[in-house]
Design a protein around this ligand. Structure first.
Ligand code: C2G
Length: 132
């Protein structure tokens, strides 16, 4: 049983997120998602449209997701990998080489998948704002 873990905000769940989750799950047999809490998002300079519970429920409805846990701070990743017996952390390519993920290589595989071009939560908000 190869266990995969990914991190994110996953606000206004869109095709780029789904494509990431599908490909992350395909790297193994089990996918856990560490979902950013509102407090953690503030530290990332992100304000979400949906609150944590709603974003969590939406992710739990996705067939590729087996477990959703809270992401509360940057420093929890090594303990997450150990606690959930993770074999690989999978992220989108915008994180490639980031030391906050590279440090995990002593504990598990780290895999970056290409981002889905042309879609982002920010783009959705901007596009909708223009058409409001
Ligand atoms: N993503 C993607 N293609 C897009 C948009 C996002 O592949 N068009 C991927 C991102 O690379 C990330 C995941 O989807 O792996 C979630 O993206 P966000 O919700 O924007 O998460 P982020 O703010 O990158 O949070 O500790 C790490 C952070 O929590 C990651």
């Amino acid at each position: 049983m190869k266990r995969i873990l990914t991190y994110g905000t996953f606000d206004l769940l869109h095709w780029g997120h789904i494509r990431l989750l599908k490909r992350a799950r395909a790297q193994g047999d089990y996918l856990a998602v560490a979902l950013s809490t509102e407090e953690f998002n503030e530290s990332k300079g992100k304000k979400t449209y949906h609150d944590f519970e709603t974003r969590k429920a939406m992710l739990e409805a996705v067939r590729y997701v087996d477990l959703v846990i809270p992401e509360e701070h940057w420093e929890q990743k090594i303990s997450d990998v150990q606690k959930y017996e993770i074999d690989a952390v999978v992220m989108g390519g915008d994180w490639e080489g980031d030391p906050r993920f590279e440090i995990l290589r002593d504990h598990c595989e780290v895999i970056y998948l290409d981002r889905t071009e042309g879609i982002s939560t920010t783009k959705i908000k901007n596009d909708l704002g223009e058409n409001a």
